[in-house]
Design a protein around this ligand. Structure first.
Ligand code: BDR
Ligand code: CA
Length: 302
């Protein structure tokens, strides 16, 4: 299995991505680093621990990271994902406390301890921790095999601004550091994640197998519809990172030269395709039904 670290702000769709990674024999999860985003840092860290406790995987360390963006005051938590950040879904409390090191320092130590290129980072939240790692310890950061990050929007409208997606918007300076770092990066933007959509029927089908991880994902998907009652389906943004790693052939990649906007709130985090930008691999197309099917098969096999 591929050694990965999940950097995350759980988050309903983060939680689904984490459960998918736990279910897949293709990944060996070395750690989970947390960041403020969907909700404040104490809650994202606790949610990470709760998901691991639920899965019986408290052998995986949880490492708390950035409470606020690199260099601007944190946005007020939007609490988009309910009071507890994961749609009010009940999970056991973790027994294992978070590691004592902050995420960027833990990542540096871990990467220096592993062969160069052996560890991938799955980034599901604002890019604060990875930027901090690159700024503080570029040699360690250069040992990352590949970063696969959910973030940004290229051809469509954003979800927080006209051209801004939440993860890049929430810490645009961090996003700019990571994109311009030249570290191997695959970006999975809204253009793709909006095409991977779960319905109530999808959740019901997940329950049939009677498997705990699949049933928990069904609970998480259904929690979306408690507030968005009029919607037929919801995008599964963050799980697309895991799904891309599992089946890149189901995505269409483009090499784009990108610049991240770090200006006003309105435009922060917006991506510009610009010849002077940094080359990044961007997942720009996806076979939505096929990756949903892969998600369901992986969860129900576990
Ligand atoms: C991203 O923002 C968060 O709300 C989700 O967890 C996802 O990472 C989508 O824009
Ligand atoms: Ca997220």
């Amino acid at each position: 299995p591929r050694l990965i670290v999940i950097d995350t702000d759980p988050g309903i769709d983060d939680a689904i991505g984490i459960l998918l990674a736990l279910a897949s024999p293709a990944f060996s999860i070395a750690g989970m680093t947390t960041v403020a985003g969907n909700i404040g840092i104490e809650t994202t860290t606790r949610n990470g621990g709760r998901l691991l406790a639920f899965a019986g995987r408290e052998d995986i360390p949880v490492v708390q990271g950035g409470a606020a963006p690199l260099s601007r005051p944190g946005p007020e938590p939007l609490n988009l994902h309910g009071e507890n950040g994961i749609g009010g879904v009940a999970l056991p409390e973790p027994v294992r406390p978070p590691e004592s090191l902050p995420a960027a320092a833990w990542l540096a130590e871990f990467l220096l301890d592993q062969p160069a290129g052996a560890v991938d980072i799955f980034a599901l939240g604002p890019l604060t921790n990875i930027a901090r790692l690159f700024i503080d310890n570029p040699d360690a950061a250069r040992r990352i095999g590949r970063i696969i990050a959910m973030g940004g929007v290229v051809h469509e409208v954003g979800n927080v601004g006209p051209r801004s997606e939440f993860n890049l918007w929430a810490d645009p300076e961090a996003a700019a550091v990571v994109v311009s770092s030249g570290l191997p990066l695959v970006l999975v933007p809204l253009d793709v994640t909006r095409r991977v959509r779960a319905s109530r029927e999808f959740a019901q089908a997940l329950r049939v197998a009677g498997k705990p991880l699949a049933s928990m994902v069904a609970d998480l998907v259904e929690s979306y519809f408690e507030t968005k009652t009029h919607q037929e389906s919801r995008p599964l943004h963050d799980p697309c990172v895991m799904l891309f790693a599992l089946a890149p052939e189901l995505f269409r990649l483009e090499d784009l030269h990108l610049v991240v906007n770090t200006g006003s709130t309105e435009e922060a985090g917006a991506l510009t395709v610009d010849g002077n930008g940094t080359p990044v691999q961007v997942a720009i197309g996806v076979d939505g039904p096929a990756v949903l099917d892969l998600l369901a098969r992986t969860l129900t096999a576990a």
